[in-house]
Design a protein around this ligand. Structure first.
Ligand SMILES: Nc1ncnc2c1ncn2[C@@H]1O[C@H](COP(=O)(O)OP(=O)(O)OP(=O)(O)O)[C@@H](O)[C@H]1O
Length: 836
């Protein structure tokens, strides 16, 4: 390259320290008269340099983030040097544009632009485009038309985020057009636009958020086929995870059927349940696996636990005492927040008494544990009488300040205390007094002990065996075993350590949280030891051990695409395994397909927050909504959608339906037959009506509880309806459909729908956290129920004593057909709701 040099002008010789300015390799170098020099790298330039002719000299302005002006140069030399400099810079830019084109092609044209590739484009493409945008006219002088076209297209985006979005849109439009024929035939029906988008978006993380009947399975099958056929991904590099075995089988069948019908020569990808995946990973770690009999046999687990608990209660006095102290959830009768609960509660004591106060229960059980005979007097003068010692025991429900639970004045309370004392004094009776504040200060036991000892009562604990025998003769042991087994399942599903158990229970505000923690930690350890002794693992272990095996690097992860069905019910442990697979694999893309309106498995660890807070908990992602449903009509959609969206924490969706009707297809019927309650007869009548019009239509009877279905099924056993009949619990109905659905069991109460059983506080504290909306999970369950029907959903409810859900449907003017005039609108509740 010719050497271009600029020297100072005649005038410049006096005013500048510069001796020469020249271009050397990739730099502009200024030599000074004192033999020093300064170099400016061309690659640091942000724009072309600018030459300006003066009267006696010329000056060059360099752009490299800031501006550097080199003045007093020989005009002609400076102009030639500046032109040369810009030509070198334009060569450099051309190279940069070429690299940018290659990167855009590779990361945003040939594939869907992934979040993880955006930083590369940001530094090599978006920054270049920004520089171009600052003075396009100069660039247009030096760069080729195609380069300018490339830069112009990208420069229409003001930010990197916008440019990313634009690149993705362009990719989508191009791909949709190129693969239109494929998407028309790849499923039994042409895919909808939103289904196609769900198929082609291969960001690092993708959420396909659907509603019932919108074709989630279709999208999963089509996506797998698209990856294999269009993207050239090997089937063994695709993993599809299903919620249960039936769903995994259905996916495999649907995949194979499509391959056959589309005449493709393709083998299926890996389709597994999470447990099967765990097993597969552990096997590749050469682990000999023995599945605990507890994993599949709840009775075996119950039997072992009952036995372990019995032995521990008999041999460990402290455990036994703590267990008895926590048989019931504590209630502070002076705490106004729990007052209503107290009113309703009856406590069964170990001695077989029924008492109405939690503190009375504690006293009775304490007396029992120390072998002190007692009767329950529960009147104005005493609560208990101890016949062997002729002692009366009174528990004053007052705090240190003399307040009681009700709105009774302190003076009345102190009057009551005085009159009780006077009464016993008058009759020469021995009286032992305890106070609510003794319990509040954890001194109730001590108080009982010292007071009774004062009256020479011998305080000797009963043998643990006797306590155990007594416990097992009551329902209490069984109830508590069920409760603790549910706790254990939640602990293992959520993968909680001892300290996490303690933290969760403490946070829930349960009064005896330390005692519960002691028991639960002991139970958790015993269970783990038992599995060790069996040399076996359970289903939860399968997931966590598989995660560890992958983490340890002993198992290689081949999958480049991981598709997860029913994502709304994923547990934290399963998500942890997925995260590990993603970190350890060849940068796999995750596609989560789910419906937050259908999350109904919290009791087995389902953590809906992972879907509703996907961005916070899992990360940035591409979201595709599937909002066109093919199963049911607009009437069913309107009722079910409005009902589930009452909960503001559910995603808002605008569902459209393939089928339109003009009359309500959700029908509310009473459960009376000739004036008498008979759900089964009512179901029979509905089936007969459907049968008359269509003897092949499938009909499903659904209920919150299996026993209700059994009753109806037995009743219908003698009938010979030709229609295919199904009896599904609402939980079991997930993923299923029928032409007509009949939903029963809308009573109020613990076995109603929604169930008014608040759930055991302890189990609740250990399960995944849930949103605060009342009955949110039960609400979703009714959504699932109503949306199983293709044509019509019948709801059968008692005309009096119907549940909150039915009253909401009636009073809030849902567009349903109320086929009984026995359901009167509750004007009052409507008014109060409107005002609220
Ligand atoms: N693009 C389409 N055109 C017509 N019908 C479709 C389309 N996509 C899916 N379907 C049909 O819609 C019905 C529901 O599809 P699918 O079972 O995949 O839904 P889903 O979203 O899994 O439902 P759910 O969540 O309620 O179980 C099926 O009968 C399916 O064939």
């Amino acid at each position: 390259m010719a050497q271009f040099i600029a020297t100072p002008s005649g005038l410049g010789r006096f005013f500048t320290r510069i001796s020469t300015v020249t271009i050397k390799q990739n730099s502009l170098v200024i030599h000074f008269k004192n033999n020093t020099s300064r170099a400016y790298l061309i690659s640091d330039f942000t724009n072309f340099s600018h030459f300006k002719k003066g009267l006696f000299s010329g000056k060059i302005t360099l752009n490299h983030g800031t501006k550097t002006v080199i003045s007093f140069l020989n005009k002609k030399q400076a102009q030639t040097l500046s032109e040369q400099l810009n030509s070198v810079f334009s060569n450099y830019l051309e190279e940069k544009v070429n690299t940018a084109k290659t990167l855009v092609k590779r990361y945003a044209t040939n594939e869907y632009l992934r979040d993880s590739n955006v930083p590369v484009l940001k530094s090599a493409v978006f920054s270049l485009v920004q520089q171009y945008g600052a003075s396009p006219s100069l660039w247009q002088q030096y760069l080729s038309i195609t380069d300018i076209k490339f830069l112009t297209i990208l420069s229409s985006s003001p930010t990197a985020a916008h440019a990313t979005e634009q690149l993705r849109k362009t990719y989508e439009q191009k791909t949709l057009a190129a693969r239109a024929d494929f998407y028309n035939v790849i499923e039994s029906n042409p895919l909808t636009q939103e289904q196609r988008l769900g198929v082609i978006r291969n960001n690092d993380k993708n959420l396909v958020l659907a509603a019932a009947g919108t074709g989630k399975t279709s999208v999963i099958v089509a996506k797998a086929l698209d990856l294999i056929v269009q993207e050239g991904v090997k089937p063994e590099h695709i993993l599809i995870l299903a919620y249960n075995k039936n769903a995994a089988n259905e996916l495999t069948e649907r995949f194979n059927l499509r391959v056959q019908q589309a005449n493709l020569n393709v083998t299926p990808p890996t389709i597994l349940t999470f447990h099967a995946l765990g097993l597969k990973l552990l096997k590749s770690d050469n682990k000999t696996l023995n599945l605990s009999p507890f994993a599949k046999d709840a009775l075996a687990l119950n039997k072992w636990f009952t036995q372990w608990l019995g032995n521990t209660l008999k041999t460990d006095s402290r455990f036994c005492k703590t267990f008895v102290e926590t048989l019931y959830e504590p209630n502070d009768s002076l705490n106004t927040a729990t007052k209503t609960a107290i009113k309703a509660q009856i406590y069964h004591t170990l001695s077989g008494l029924k008492v109405s106060s939690y503190q009375h229960l504690l006293i009775a059980n304490w007396l029992y544990m120390y072998g002190i005979e007692h009767t329950y007097q529960n009147d104005d003068t005493a609560d208990f009488y101890l016949p062997q010692h002729n002692i009366y025991l009174v528990h004053f429900a007052i705090d240190r300040q003399g307040n009681s639970a009700q709105n009774i004045t302190k003076s009345h309370n102190s009057g009551h205390v005085k009159s009780v004392r006077a009464h016993h004094k008058k009759h020469g009776q021995m009286l032992v007094q305890t106070f609510h504040y003794n319990w509040q200060e954890s001194q109730l036991e001590q108080r009982l002990k010292t007071q009774l000892q004062k009256h020479n009562v011998n305080i000797k604990p009963l043998d643990n065996h006797a306590v155990y025998e007594r416990l097992s003769a009551t329902e209490l042991l069984k109830q508590n075993i069920n409760k603790y087994l549910n706790c254990l399942s939640a602990i293992r599903g959520e993968h909680l350590s001892s300290s996490q158990i303690a933290a969760r229970i403490a946070k829930s505000g349960i009064i005896n949280h330390k005692r519960y923690t002691t028991l639960l930690v002991a139970m958790q350890r015993a269970y783990a030891e038992k599995l060790k002794e069996q040399g076996a693992i359970d289903f939860d272990d399968m997931i966590t051990s598989a995660e560890q095996a992958v983490k340890s690097g002993k198992v290689s992860v081949p999958w480049r695409h991981i598709l997860v069905d029913e994502f709304q019910d994923i547990s934290c442990a399963r998500m942890a395994l997925l995260n590990t697979l993603i970190k350890s694999g060849p940068q796999p893309c995750l596609t989560a397909v789910g419906d937050d309106w259908q999350a109904i498995y919290r009791f087995s660890g389902g953590n809906l927050a992972l879907t509703t807070r996907f961005n916070d908990l899992i990360g940035s992602h591409s979201l595709t909504l599937l909002q066109k449903t093919f199963r049911y009509n607009n009437s069913i959609s309107e009722v079910a959608g409005r009902f589930v969206m009452q909960n503001p924490e559910q995603y808002k969706k605008h569902i459209t339906t393939h089928t339109q009707v003009s009359t309500p297809q959700v029908v509310l019927l009473d459960d009376l037959h000739q004036g008498k309650k008979s759900v089964a007869l009512k179901v029979q009548q509905i089936i007969a009506t459907i049968n008359k019009n269509n003897s092949t239509a499938s009909i499903a009877v659904l209920s919150r509880y299996r026993f209700m279905l059994n009753e109806v099924e037995q009743h219908l056993a003698g009938n010979n309806f030709a229609n295919p009949l199904h009896f599904w619990t609402l939980h079991g109905a997930k993923g299923l459909e029928a032409d007509y659905c009949i939903i029963i069991g809308f009573e109020q109460g613990k076995l109603g729908f929604p169930s008014n059983n608040p759930g055991n506080l302890l189990v609740e504290a250990l399960l995944p956290t849930q949103d605060t909306f009342k009955h949110s999970e039960e609400r979703r369950l009714l959504y699932v129920g109503i949306t199983r029907a293709k044509h019509k959903s019948y709801l059968i409810a008692p005309p009096s004593g119907y549940s909150e859900f039915i009253s909401e449907l009636i009073n809030d003017n849902y567009p349903i057909d109320i086929a009984s005039n026995l359901f009167a609108k509750q004007t009052n509740s409507r008014i109060s709701k409107d005002n609220g």
